[in-house]
Design a protein around this ligand. Sequence first.
Ligand SMILES: Cc1cc2nc3c(=O)[nH]c(=O)nc-3n(C[C@H](O)[C@H](O)[C@H](O)COP(=O)(O)O)c2cc1C
Length: 311
Amino acid sequence: MSRTIRFNAFDMNCVGHQSPGLWAHPRDRSWQYKDLEYWQDLARTLERGIFDGIFIADVVGYYDVYKGSNWHALQQAAQIPVNDPLQLAAPIALATEHLGIGITASTSFEHPYTFARRLSTADHHTKGRVGWNIVTSYLESGAKNLGQEGLKRHDNRYEVAAEYVEVLYKLFEGSWEDGAVLRDRDRRIFTDPAKVHEIGHRGRHFTVPGYHLCEPSPQRTPVLYQAGASGPGKAFAAAHAECVFVAAPLKPMLKAYVADIRAQAQAAGRSARDVLIYNLTTVIVAETDDAAQKKFEEYQSYASYDGALVH
Ligand SMILES: Cc1cc2nc3c(=O)[nH]c(=O)nc-3n(C[C@H](O)[C@H](O)[C@H](O)COP(=O)(O)O)c2cc1C
């Protein structure tokens, strides 16, 4: 049976992302990450190359474990400096017609009420092309700079994430009915208040009694991505994710992961094929294998080992 293969570019609003040291290569352009034209150019190239989406990773915080400080991360631009990913959605949408735009945001560092508004706004601006990569975050430095004592325990982070998405579902799906916005000039009624509802959420981690601030966006709930690898992470992905990222270096590992996610999705009452799975792969393109190998070796000569160890 033939199946569609899907391609999703993986990048980050920073220098280098997963290739520390390559910023020094003469053809590197990732230092232009601060320019919208750079992102629009990349997005147009991906759309021409029939990619389904561009996906922007993110961390809040910095890597300061290697050699006990942030020195090497800064020196080698290992995911710092890093800009806000969500702000790329609208300009990428303006430069393209159908490319999906996946944005990473953490359930540990922002209240779901304000994040729901930011995501709905992006869904309006992209006319329904935005996705959310749900992460629970792993950088202690992020938690500390937000005034927390440190990161919550791993499993507890997924418990918080489960309630976080529950709040978002309620805001996106349950607050504004279809047809609530009338824009009726004759009767002078913009919104029919009877069709806008408080969500009344009182949970263990969040209290959100009221209304969503945005009128329904094209998708209401944007496409959900996730990349859980642990037991709780995979259970979360099986329950919520429409696209799952995995970084499996070998085929048997990938096969086992895929079988597990599909089985868990089915156990959660979904169809196994509801979940699209993207494996992380680096491809070096050239006219011949030899030329690709040479290119690879040339790129490798720019690699920063300190930068890599920072990750
Ligand atoms: C391809 C891929 C992309 C990821 N992107 C991010 C990211 O942008 N930000 C982040 O904090 N974590 C990211 N992660 C980490 C995952 O969210 C997750 O925490 C990790 O896979 C470990 O799984 P666990 O949370 O179940 O332990 C990524 C993981 C993979 C495999």
